[in-house]
Each structure stands twice: as structure tokens, then as C-alpha cells.
Design a protein around this ligand. Structure first.
Ligand SMILES: Cc1cc2nc3c(=O)[nH]c(=O)nc-3n(C[C@H](O)[C@H](O)[C@H](O)COP(=O)(O)OP(=O)(O)OC[C@H]3O[C@@H](n4cnc5c(N)ncnc54)[C@H](O)[C@@H]3O)c2cc1C
Length: 555
């Protein structure tokens, strides 16, 4: 934790040096001593310290300074750090002024110049003030602070990114806490920049206005640039399949990089409780699984890049991956483990309110905000059931909307049973959302009831959509063969009527998880015909490494 600050202000440089010296020798071990020779400069400095979330314990100012006297400085400084103890340095002739300042301007003490010996005329009184300050001091949060509003999609995107990457941060909703004095002071210190939300304040005093995940990633040390430009194995996608491949690849000696555009863990990372993963009888959360897998991968030396792959090309034995910033890396073996992305619900109002009450998937950061609210979950698969169970811990009422007449054909029985036993979850069958309403955020939804033919308009604070998913593989379109929905074809899918796929010119058949391009493999949910489960993704990622060894032995 950064040491609290003792700030002294005096336009006379000899006096300033002397007071700094005496403060440092007595308090330097516990406090940071800073001096300023101008009250205006000191006020600017205090604003910077406030944005860094530093703590100021003491403000000590000379009374006689040109342009602004000590009392006026302390009064203004009090608006920035109201908790700091305030003291004046005065000449004997100013004693009366100092006494009235104590009475009128909430100044805690005055010291007479010179204060020699400090052990008699300075330290005992300061000890008293600092003891007093310590007693009511609550150390400030030392990490990243994000200022924004709950309903702004950009703020949601950033918070979700931080949460999923397990970057600790302190969130301030500037609308909800508009009357909080601390928020007011912070916004004042930011000035006009406070409108560029989300504002991200870093402990080193720097800030990002309208912060986006990629910039924040760079700042918090998530790697966005590869360490070298060539790898034995590059894996695109850091879900269970990609993580398993990374662990097996690196543990078996392959120089491995894993490229993940959001956060390691993938879809599994969004699951509040995976109950069917072998070896965890009580279930485990997707976040926990992801965290453990990342530690394991890093221990074997996997490099994890926070980046999106946007293109691929083949040059002889090299597979080259392109990033949005134009950078590229090359590898001998490329594994695509990009999973699937949520299907969009295409009805009026949804796109406009996405991130402002409407979310695809779990909305990791939103569960807590749903306290006491009416939440709708659209979809009848396991992912929707798990999300409903999670939101039910916080929301007043969770309604699951499904088009069919029950959950039995789409959801596992254990989840159906849990839902039945949860008093604040309600199932609404034969129901489809046909419109979302709200000005700045979701307020209501219109639901068409297919059994009655009627449309009902109901109040909704948040709606989470889980209506199936499709792969996003356009970046591979001209290179890798896909089915009509974009899933990647591998191994036996590439042999039709005993004929290998066009363009395949090796003597051997494609390996089990290999695509139509030798050395490019596909595993997990993105693969045509895959079983959409954590365990099968992990299995495929691990098994594929064996084929990669065979492939690399002939490159
Ligand atoms: C809410 C929920 C609950 C679930 N519960 C269970 C359960 O209880 N049991 C179970 O077995 N299964 C469950 N599943 C299914 C399971 O999570 C998936 O089958 C599994 O995560 C698939 O793993 P994957 O690695 O293939 O893909 P994903 O987990 O989807 O990971 C793919 C990763 O690739 C990244 N990516 C995509 N494109 C790019 C790109 N161009 N560049 C860089 N990165 C990219 C994505 O950001 C993502 O992180 C659940 C799924 C959800 C959504």
C-alpha cells in the first residue's frame, strides 16, 4: 500500500527544505513527505493525488504567501481532501490571524516559526494530529477504478472484460452515487473529462477516457503482443478446448502461444456451476475451472495473448495468423478452438438496448446488480437454466421464457429439478419475446403467447438471452472448409464417397481433428459434429496434440 502523504507548502525555499527535512526524519518510515513552493501548484498536485486514490494525512501551509495565503490554501485543499489534518506555519506577528483561522476555517493547529527544537515544538503536536487522523483513516482502494453508468453498453463491456479476466477493480456508478461527496470530489477533479465514460483511473495516476478493453488490457499487463514471431503451436481460443491443448502442447515441449480475444475460460468461464465435469462431485464454477487451467498452462510456459485472430494464410510450412493491429505471428501447427457465439435475437429494440439491460450470455458482472429486480432469461437449454439459478440468488423474480411447452427436451433433468425447487424462478412456456422497450435502458418487454395468440407487455429490468449459438469463423473462410453454418470440417468429414477433399495433396488422410489444410486443426464447439460439452472440448484439445506431434515430425 502506498504511504499516506504529508504535504507542506511554503514559498520560501529555505523554510520548505527545513520543514521537509524535519518531517522526513521523524515520519519518513510511515509517510511520504512532499513539498511545494506554491499553493496553486499544491492544489493541482492534490487533484492528481485524488485521481490516484492516494491518501493525504497532513496539509501544512505557511500563512504568508503571495497570491494565496495559507488559510485560503487550506480551505481550498479541504474541498479535495476533507479528511486531512490542516496546520498553519506562522510568524509570531501572525498569531492572532492564526487563532481566528483555527476558529473560522476548521484549521487544526498552528506552529510558530522557527520550530526548533522540533522534538518540543513540532513533533508532539504533529504526533497528536496524526494519531487522530490514523484513528479515522480507511486505506483507499489501491487498484483500478472505473467510473461509468450501469446502463452504458461501453461500461458494461469493460466491466465484463475486467471481471472475466479477474482484474480487480472498484466500480463507481456516477449516476447512482451522484450525491456521494467522494464521487462529487472525484468528478470535480476530473473536470470536463468526466463526461468521457467509462473513465479508468490507474494506481500510477494515469487515466483512460472512454476506456476500451484492448487499451485497458495493455495497461494492466495482459499481453497483447507476442514475445516472438514464431511458435511450434498457436492456439486460437482460450476456452476448455484451447486451454487443454495449451497445457498438453506446452507440457510436451511445444513452444506454444494461446490467443484469446475476451478472457480465458470461454463459454465454460460463464457457467455459474458445471456439475457434470469428472472429478468434481460438488460441481465447480466455470471461472474456477478457467483460473486453474490458466495457472497450469502458464506453469508449463504457455504464452497467453489477449488478442483476436482476424485472418490466416498459409505460406509453405508456415501458418500465419493476423491481428487487428496488423501484427502477425507464424507457427507450424495452428489449432482453432474458437467455440461458438450466442445467436442474436432479431426483434425490435434488442440491438439498441444491448448492454443496457439486454445481455447475451451470463452477464458475469450483472448478477449482483439485479438485486431485487425482475429478470428474464430467454432460452430453454442448460446454459439458460444455470443462469436462471445464478440470478435467482439476487433477483426478486426470474422468469424463464421458452417457446416450447416444457424444458424436458432441452434441459438436463438435474437442472429442471433445481429450478422447480427454487421459489423465485418461474417458467413461462409458449412465450417468445417480440419487442424490447426502454429509452436509455430496458424497461419492458412484449411477449407473444403462442397458446393464446395474445401479446403481453411486462416490466423487465434485465433480460439475458441464451438461444443457441453459432461459430464465428469468417476469418478462416477462404482457407478452411466449413459447413453451411460455419462449423469447421475435420478428419472423416473431409472424405466424401471415399474421395479426399479437393486440394488435399498429401498421401495420408487428414488426421482425426485436422481440417482440409494440413497442420490446421479444429477442436471443441467450433468443430462440425462436436459434442458441446466442457469434457469433450478438453478431450479434443488434449487428443489433437498427439496428431500435432505426428504432423510436426514430417514438417
Ligand atoms: C452458461 C453455460 C453453461 C454451460 N454449462 C455446461 C455444463 O454444465 N457442462 C458442460 O459440459 N458444458 C457446459 N456448457 C458448454 C461448454 O461451456 C462448452 O461446450 C465449452 O465451453 C466449449 O469449449 P470450447 O473451448 O470449444 O469453446 P468456448 O468455451 O466457446 O471458447 C472459445 C473461446 O475462443 C475465443 N475466441 C473466439 N473467436 C476468437 C478469435 N477470432 N480470436 C481469439 N479468440 C477467439 C472466445 O472468446 C472464447 O473464449 C455451458 C455453456 C454455457 C454458455
Amino acid at each position: 500500500m502506498a504511504k499516506p502523504i504529508l504535504l507542506s507548502v511554503d514559498d520560501d525555499s529555505d523554510v520548505l527544505r527545513a520543514i521537509e527535512r524535519d518531517l522526513r526524519s521523524q515520519y519518513g518510515a510511515e509517510y511520504r513527505v512532499i513539498g511545494s513552493d506554491s499553493p496553486e501548484g499544491a492544489l493541482d498536485l492534490l487533484k492528481q493525488l485524488q485521481l490516484r486514490n492516494d491518501s493525504v494525512a497532513l496539509l501544512l501551509a505557511d500563512q504568508r504567501m503571495p497570491r494565496m495565503d495559507g488559510v485560503e490554501f487550506l480551505q481550498q485543499a479541504m474541498g479535495i481532501f476533507p479528511g486531512a489534518k490542516r496546520a498553519l506555519l506562522t510568524a509570531y506577528a501572525d498569531t492572532n490571524a492564526a487563532i481566528s483561522a483555527i476558529n473560522q476555517a476548521s484549521i487544526n493547529y498552528f506552529f510558530l516559526k522557527p520550530w526548533d527544537p522540533p522534538s518540543e515544538h513540532l513533533y508532539p503536536q504533529l504526533d497528536d494530529l496524526l494519531d487522530d487522523w490514523q484513528a479515522s483513516f480507511h486505506p483507499a482502494f489501491q487498484g483500478i477504478r472505473v467510473l461509468g453508468t450501469r446502463w452504458a453498453p461501453k461500461c458494461y463491456e469493460l466491466r465484463d472484460f475486467l471481471a472475466r479476466n479477474r482484474v480487480p477493480y472498484e466500480w463507481t456508478d456516477v449516476e447512482l452515487s451522484a450525491n456521494d461527496p467522494e464521487t462529487k470530489r472525484l468528478l470535480e477533479a476530473l473536470g470536463p473529462e468526466a463526461t468521457n465514460l467509462p473513465v479508468v483511473l490507474f494506481p500510477d495516476g494515469t487515466k483512460l477516457l472512454e476506456g476500451v478493453p484492448a487499451d485497458v488490457a495493455q495497461k494492466v499487463g495482459l499481453r497483447t503482443r507476442a514475445q516472438t514471431n514464431f511458435y511450434d503451436l498457436a492456439i486460437v481460443g482460450g476456452g476448455p478446448a484451447g486451454l487443454a491443448a495449451a497445457v498438453y502442447g506446452a507440457s510436451e515441449g511445444l513452444h506454444t502461444v494461446m490467443i484469446e480475444r475476451e478472457a480465458p475460460g470461454g463459454k465454460a468461464g460463464m457457467s455459474s456451476r458445471i456439475e457434470n465435469y469428472l472429478g468434481f462431485p460438488a460441481g465447480l464454477s466455470g471461472t474456477d475451472l478457467a483460473r486453474r487451467a490458466v495457472v497450469q498452462a502458464e506453469r508449463f510456459g504457455v504464452e497467453i495473448l489477449s488478442q483476436a485472430a482476424v485472418g490466416v494464410r498459409v505460406e509453405g510450412p508456415y501458418r500465419i495468423i493476423k491481428f487487428p493491429d496488423g501484427n502477425e505471428i507464424s507457427c507450424h501447427a495452428l489449432m482453432v478452438a474458437t467455440g461458438v457465439q450466442w445467436r442474436r435475437l432479431d426483434v425490435p429494440g434488442i440491438e439498441r438496448l444491448q448492454g443496457a439491460g439486454i445481455y447475451y450470455g451470463g452477464g458475469a458482472t450483472e448478477a449482483l446488480s439485479c438485486k431485487g429486480e425482475n429478470v428474464y432469461v430467454v432460452g430453454g437449454a442448460n446454459s439458460a437454466g444455470q443462469a436462471a439459478m445464478n440470478f435467482a440468488k439476487y433477483a426478486e423474480r426470474v422468469v424463464i421464457l421458452v417457446r416450447g411447452e416444457s424444458l424436458s427436451s432441452t434441459m438436463s433433468q438435474y437442472l429442471i429439478d433445481q429450478i422447480k425447487e427454487t421459489h423465485n424462478i418461474q417458467l413461462w412456456t409458449h412465450a417468445s419475446v417480440v419487442e424490447a422497450h426502454g429509452e436509455t435502458h430496458l424497461e419492458e418487454i412484449s411477449v407473444l403467447c403462442s397458446d393464446t395468440g395474445k401479446t403481453e407487455r411486462v416490466q423487465a429490468s434485465a433480460m439475458f438471452i441464451f438461444i443457441g449459438a453459432l461459430p464465428q469463423t469468417d476469418w478462416l473462410a477462404d482457407v478452411v472448409e466449413r459447413d453451411d453454418r460455419g462449423f469447421l470440417l475435420t478428419g472423416p468429414d473431409l472424405i466424401r464417397n471415399g474421395q479426399r477433399t479437393k486440394g488435399w495433396n498429401l498421401e495420408r488422410d487428414p488426421y482425426l481433428l485436422e481440417t482440409n489444410v494440413p497442420g490446421i486443426f479444429a477442436v471443441g464447439d467450433v468443430r462440425h459434429g462436436s459434442i458441446k460439452r466442457v469434457a469433450s472440448g478438453v478431450g479434443e484439445g488434449s487428443v489433437a496434440v498427439q496428431f500435432i506431434h505426428q504432423y510436426l515430425s514430417k514438417v
